[in-house]
Design a protein around this ligand. Structure first.
Ligand code: KG4
Ligand code: ZN
Length: 345
């Protein structure tokens, strides 16, 4: 086996998706996802205990389906990778225990990987472009940051992050106020399609000159949330689609002002947008428009690889194998709040 074509199986269980991906080097062979989202919907958010139990129930069949899709046997797998954090601790433990069991039984290396780094690593699949250096806009349900990726597995610098809600969290909260259901991102994305993005001039957090001194690449979405709630309270005859579209425009605008700004200022002319919110259709189109204007190369993973999946975990495991990095020790501990500076555990 050449390290660069190793078969790597990745397991993701940090939230409500039980997901398994299989790659050969940078080629994606299988990507299977079982989501417990409908079981959480009536609670308006993910219930950790329900998520953990759903992972236990789904794990075996999701692994079996991924192996069948990839047309390989479990014995062919050269290395295992698993999300070790950040995420819900009980949910993470189902994944790390399953992966450790497989690695131990089959005597194969195991890489505990960082979920945030994995969201970016998925950009390596099915192509042979150079991954770094790049600026990454990482926007998910739990995190929003701008990163300078000098080397994804060893040198990532955080240029800025949210000082309150994550971008995805803002979508989820506003969707709840608009009674659009959970998860909110896809629902607002759809609703916004029939609305006017310029109907309401919602605030762009931390973009005033005085904010930029301390928070140049940081985000804040709490003021926007308050502004939407206030607008709804004083405008009983509002058009919901206009609110969705104008809210979405405010989020997307500010994400891109800062991400493109970071690429220009650092002179790094590649921008990767990753994480669940990267599935947003308006973010994808406006990013392309602005990147082209600024002469920046834009990379956004296909939509199904933006939200949580196993392929991203396998992709990061595969990068670690290719680079000859040491596997994790079998007793490594999942960490619910681990930061991007620990890409491999
Ligand atoms: O990366 P992800 O699947 O899970 C975390 O690691 O958090 O991201 C989930 C987040 C949710 O907040 C969801 O509402 C948001 O991504 N999201 C979207 C879209 N699809 C998912 N936000 C905006 N537009 C979308 N199309
Ligand atoms: Zn995620």
């Amino acid at each position: 086996m050449k390290n660069s074509d190793a078969l790597v199986l990745g397991i993701e269980t940090s939230c409500d998706e039980t997901a398994v991906g299989i790659v050969s080097g940078r080629k994606l062979l299988a990507n299977v996802i079982s989501s417990s989202v409908v079981e959480h919907a009536r609670f308006g958010g993910v219930v950790p205990e329900i998520a953990s139990r759903a992972h236990l129930e789904a794990m075996q069949s999701v692994i079996a389906q991924a192996l069948s899709d990839a047309k390989v046997s479990i014995k062919d797998i050269d290395a295992f990778a698993v999300t070790a954090g950040p995420g819900l601790i009980g949910a993470l433990l189902v994944g790390t225990s399953s992966a450790a069991g497989l690695a131990l039984a089959l005597d194969k290396p195991l890489y505990g990987v960082n979920h945030l780094s994995a969201h970016i690593a998925v950009d390596s699949l099915n192509s042979d472009h150079k991954l770094d250096p790049a600026i990454a806009l990482l926007v998910s349900g739990g995190h929003s940051s701008i990163l300078q990726i000098n080397d994804l597995t060893s040198d990532v610098k955080t240029l800025g992050s949210t000082i309150d809600d994550a971008a995805g969290e803002a979508f989820d909260k506003i969707a709840r106020i608009l009674e659009l259901g959970f998860p909110g991102g896809p629902a607002i994305d759809l609703d916004a399609k029939s609305g006017n993005p310029n109907a309401i001039d919602f605030p762009r957090g931390l973009t005033l000159a005085r904010d930029l001194i301390e928070h140049k690449y940081d985000f804040s979405f709490s003021g926007l949330k308050t502004a939407v709630a206030r607008y709804l309270a004083k405008t009983p005859d509002h058009l919901r689609a206009d609110v969705s579209a104008s809210f979405q425009e405010a989020v997307v605008d500010v994400l891109l002002i800062k991400a493109i700004g970071a690429a220009k200022e650092t002179g790094i002319d590649t921008l990767i947008i990753a994480g669940g919110v990267a599935a947003n259709s308006r973010l994808r189109s406006l990013a392309q428009e602005r990147a082209t204007k600024a002469d920046i190369q834009l990379r956004i993973p296909p939509m199904n690889l933006c939200t949580d999946n196993g392929a991203m975990v396998a992709a990061l495991g595969s990068l670690a194998v290719t680079q000859g990095l040491a596997p994790s020790k079998l007793g490594f501990e999942a960490n619910s709040s681990s930061g991007i500076t620990t890409p491999i555990f």
